[in-house]
Structures are given as C-alpha cells and as structure tokens.
Design a binder for this molecule. Sequence first.
Ligand SMILES: Nc1nc2c(ncn2[C@@H]2O[C@H](COP(=O)(O)OP(=O)(O)O)[C@@H](O)[C@H]2O)c(=O)[nH]1
Ligand SMILES: [Mg+2]
Length: 198
Amino acid sequence: MQVRSVGFHRAAYTPADFVRDGRPQFAFVGRSNVGKSTLINTLLNRKGVARVSSTPGKTQAVQYYIVNEKIHLVDLPGYGYAKVAKTTRAEWAKLMEGFFAEAQSLGALFLLLDSRREPTDEDAMMLELARSAGVGVVIIMTKVDKLSGNELTNSRRTIASALAVDPSSLIPFSSMTRQGVDAVWKIIDGNMNIRAAS
Ligand SMILES: Nc1nc2c(ncn2[C@@H]2O[C@H](COP(=O)(O)OP(=O)(O)O)[C@@H](O)[C@H]2O)c(=O)[nH]1
Ligand SMILES: [Mg+2]
C-alpha cells in the first residue's frame, strides 16, 4: 500500500470507545518499549504520528491511526512493565480481552518481540490469547539493527523454539534501517478482506 494520508483517529480507554467502522484493522502488540510506536511511524514514513513514550507502561489506551481513509493501524497498550500498579494491570487485561472478543475487523495481529531477548510468559500468553480469539498472528523481531548476522540467526532460532513457531515465519524489523517495512506492508495488503464488522 502506498501511504497517501495518515491521521490520528481515536484513543480508546474502554471497550465502549473501540472503533467499529468496518474498516480493516491491523494491530501491534508487545512489551512496553519493544518498539511498537516507532514501528508504526516507520511504516507510515512519518515521525510523530504514534507517540514514542519515555515512560513505558503509562499509556493504557488503544490508539487508532487511519491510513488512506481505508485501514486502521492499531497501537495496543504494552505489557510487562514491572512498576505498573495492579489496578492498571486489571484495566489492561479488560481492554485487551474486550479488543479480542470483537476482533472481526482484525486483518492481522503483529506481535512484537525484542530480537535481543527471550520471549517472556506474557509474550506466550499474548500469542495464545490472540490465537484463541481466532486472530492471525505475525511475529516481528524488533531492533535487529543491534544484532550481527550471526546473532540474528541465533535469536530467530531461540524465539521460534520458545514459542513453537517456524523460524522462517518471523519478520526481522528495524526502524533504523527500515528492514522489514516491505514485509509488513505485504502482509497488510494480503489481509485486507476481513469480515465486515457486525
Ligand atoms: N536501535 C533501535 N531502537 C529502536 C527501534 N525501534 C524502537 N527503538 C527505540 O526503543 C524505544 C522504545 O520505542 P517505542 O516505539 O516507544 O516502544 P513502545 O513502548 O513499544 O511503543 C525508543 O527509545 C526507540 O527509539 C529500532 O528498530 N532500533
Ligand atoms: Mg508506544
């Protein structure tokens, strides 16, 4: 998809605010600081559309961006930030469960994993949550500019085996080199035909 127009659409703080306009949605999820917002900006070729936060774990909102008036890119709230209060965690869970419960417009869910870390239990749970909601999940390894070729090969193996997925299905991504941008757009372009929102 050639990006012609981009705009901030809405922030949803409760499931009541979710966008249900029938446009295909493509969501991005992962630990706080994994690089979600930066990846969205990189895909859109814009600097400040999605906010890159310096205080991880603060945003408990689902952020919708609209592209070409046609699709939504969705920045889901991050998880795994140790200093977050219990009530905030509960709000996070409610928001995510609600999101997957009515994910009929979701063309794909991109699960972002830091290429330098092993997946956590929370990462595995997120994968399971999405799969059990019937959502197609694509795993992205972020910040691969920090790895050598050998390190990337090893990391790909480690992550794939931890999550029991095919290593070749993982998409290496870097917002610095733009590696992976075309691969992600290709998946979006190939999944535009979602069921219409009910
Ligand atoms: N080296 C490198 N740093 C990145 C990359 N993507 C994000 N970052 C950095 O990682 C930090 C967290 O990024 P952010 O997009 O806010 O993560 P989010 O919490 O998942 O939305 C920021 O300091 C970014 O500059 C990348 O591809 N390469
Ligand atoms: Mg963010």
